[in-house]
Ligand binder design. Sequence first.
Ligand code: ADP
Length: 355
Amino acid sequence: MADPILELRQLKKRFGATVAADDLSFSVMPGEFFTLLGPSGSGKSTVLRIVAGLERPDSGAILIEGRDISASPPWERDLGMMFQQYAIFPHMTVAENIAYGLKIRRVEQAKTRRRVEEMLALVGLSGMGGKRATLLSGGEQQRVALARALAPAPRMLLLDEPLSALDERIRRLMQAELKHVHQNIGTTFIYVTHDQEEALTMSDRIAVLNRGVFVQCDKPEPLYKRPRTRFVAEFFRGCNVLTAKALGASDGGIRILLANQEFVAIAPEERTLGAEVHVAVRSENVYFGSHAPESAIRLSARLVEVVYRGTVLDYRFLLPDGQPLVAMTTRHFPLSREGSVTLAIDAADLILLAD
Ligand code: ADP
């Protein structure tokens, strides 16, 4: 297996009483699209700034290609950066913006011209090199920023919420573009976002941060389907977190008492059981009506409301013990608010959480 291109070892950073990075360790492999995901203030930008050399950690080491660069200034790290603010030079043309990093490195003119053309094509702006940068739309300006960051062929590109200032439609378009560019050039991308969907769509691997601590690091699908903690489960929209009573170990899981009924929940790892546990089940995995799989466990519930969300509908229920449970469907089912409804959950979709 290849060696990591980036390795952080026990990184710590405090700002007064705030812990922005609490003993963080992780590795990124060459060519990976690696995302730091977490709510605002969880420490994502601080980690990225430490990697870039714009912030000094209190302790810990940063290794790039196996070499400890903790003491190196930013310009010796050979990294590209892209931020939320467009940060392109308004008095320059598109081509001059893209050529900026090459000029600083004294790359010869003919080579610079070729590289600028290459970058314009890469980000879909061929023929726009002579335009004034400020005449471009927000999405186009971010394409220029991307081309400028990539022109000197940095060994890694650090991207801090580069799409959050764009409107929804352009953002979706740019997500696909960024992923496409990443696949085309194979450069390692370290991406910061608070947007779960953006992280899931684009990343090879995602590290979820909460208050400076990595709570889970995984590929998008396992992270979405198998959250380890309540924080991760609740961070991904559409996940129900329920409180249950632990009864004891069972084959491949533990027996729990949920809303006065006994079930076996999947336990991804060995753990000591408290009297109370939390289980997660995604709202698209809660069935009602004739859609329930044969093997599913059944719960009776009372319908509270139906929320229309465009392509999907949320059916909001209450379990007999008063806990809320949401079932998501793609079409409307006529359900009555009188009496009880039988809900079904496949035991394989009931995940025991670690806290
Ligand atoms: P995120 O990128 O996840 O929003 P940040 O890394 O920007 O989080 O911030 C993590 C925490 O550190 C926050 O509580 C923030 O207020 C604090 N912080 C970040 N930079 C500074 C700074 N230069 N001075 C003081 N506090 C800071």
